[in-house]
Design a protein around this ligand. Structure first.
Ligand code: G3P
Ligand code: MG
Length: 408
């Protein structure tokens, strides 16, 4: 028999399934919070009849502020704790472009909020259309900078500052001025304002944080999103050049965003597991149990937990080497090594309101993602969704209840 120190962690009641939520049209509608959202997330935080905690993250095409700020806003609106590690915005994966470009022009959002986000990601030289308009107001004949805009605009000489990439982080608040500047740069010699290229193919790269043609606000009809701006810019570029605009897209339904979201969800599930270890007990003893590598914890899995009242446990065994002096049992640090091999979520329920972004996103990249469409945003009852969800619910609370019942 192997001399085994068996460490049983009681009451780790973390579900093997998980959730990811779209925000606009599911959790909020413009300044309003969708009433059922609060109760839905409280259920996942453990206030359910199975007394189980279900990990969840948010995957929004929205943006314009730091993830931390968005998490704080969600925490206030929903009266729960949401951390920045749970929030993915359209531009979040763009941080991977920091090492690729020097001079970037960031478009969208209010004032220079997006500049601050880009600098927080690590971009060194971040410019905004406000800087361009301060440099030469005649660039945009119909817009004079307001006092607030002047206060955040920086002094830059764009005649000798070439723009390497244009990053559309959030919805433009001034389509006329922003498009005038974007098109001038796309048609320019190496991203220098005031120049015109012969080939129209030496301008900066153009990235969009998402491609939502419309999105749901507190108005009764959907509003234009960044996808509509893309259509407009492409039409202007085609009119000038006769060529199709080349862009790179982030956000839902892109595969890159899915891979990024999967990594974030995987880390978040580990964080939840470590945080919710309610109590560690260490029992001495021997066992005829085969020595198990510490890396294959048995996580509570409702499908194996037929008896609702049985205490699902995370069972970890460690062989005890004679020299092992520190008898502290399975510390949280050791647990984190165990969770390194945490199996992927059995199912990820993705709740969204826009078939073209949310449902397509959840249906396209991994069988284990289960798409649920709600009727509180872009999708309206009676229309046929362009991408077929696995389930349709009235709202996010119904979606959460449906999934929990389906699991148990
Ligand atoms: O600008 C954000 C909007 O297009 C949609 O956001 O949260 O529904 O992905 P969301
Ligand atoms: Mg939405």
């Amino acid at each position: 028999a192997v001399r085994v120190k068996k460490t049983v962690i009681d009451h780790v009641r973390v579900a093997s399934y998980a959730f990811a939520f779209d925000i606009d049209g599911v959790i909020v509608k413009g300044p309003e919070t969708i009433p059922e959202a609060k109760e839905a997330l409280k259920l996942l935080n453990g206030a359910n009849e199975y007394n189980i905690k279900v990990p969840y993250i948010f995957v929004t095409n929205g943006g314009g502020r730091a993830e931390q700020a968005r998490a704080e806003e969600l925490s206030k609106r929903l009266d729960i704790e949401v951390t920045e590690d749970q929030v993915i915005q359209g531009h979040t994966p763009m941080r991977e472009l920091v090492s690729v470009y020097n001079n970037v022009l960031v478009i969208g959002g209010v004032g220079d909020a997006c500049r601050k986000v880009a600098e927080k990601y690590g971009f060194k030289n971040v410019f905004t259309p406000l800087d361009v308009m301060k440099w030469n107001p005649s660039v945009t004949p119909y817009h004079n900078l307001t006092e607030e805009e002047l206060a955040v605009a920086r002094d830059v000489d764009f005649s000798n500052t070439g723009i390497d990439a244009i990053l559309v982080f959030a919805d433009s608040r001034n389509w006329a001025a922003d498009q005038q500047i974007i098109l001038e740069l796309l048609l320019s010699k190496s991203g220098f304002m005031g120049t015109v290229s012969d080939s129209f193919e030496e301008g900066p790269a153009l990235y969009f944080a998402h491609s939502d043609f419309v999105w749901a606000t507190n108005y009764n009809l959907s509003r234009y999103g960044m996808g509509a701006l893309q259509v407009s810019i492409a039409a202007l570029y085609r009119e000038h050049t006769g060529k199709e605009l080349q862009v790179t897209r982030f956000g839902k339904p892109q595969r890159g965003t899915f891979k990024f979201a999967s990594k974030v969800l995987s880390q978040w599930r580990k964080d939840v597991l470590e945080e919710h270890v309610e109590e560690l007990t260490t029992e001495e003893g021997t066992s005829d149990m085969e020595e198990q590598s510490p890396g294959d914890p048995l996580l509570n899995d409702p499908s194996q937990n037929m008896n609702r009242n049985s205490k699902p446990t995370l069972l970890a065994t460690e062989s005890e080497s004679e020299s092992d002096s520190d008898n502290e049992g399975l510390t949280v640090e050791k647990l984190s090594k165990l969770t390194l091999d945490l199996p992927p979520a059995s199912t990820v329920y993705f709740v969204g309101d826009t078939p073209e972004s949310d449902i397509r996103f959840a249906n396209s990249h991994d069988e284990s993602w289960y798409s649920i469409l709600v009727k509180t945003g872009v999708y309206q009852e009676g229309s046929i969704p362009k991408y077929k969800p696995k389930h349709i619910c009235e709202n996010v609370l119904e979606a959460v209840k449906f999934a929990i019942e389906r699991e148990h």
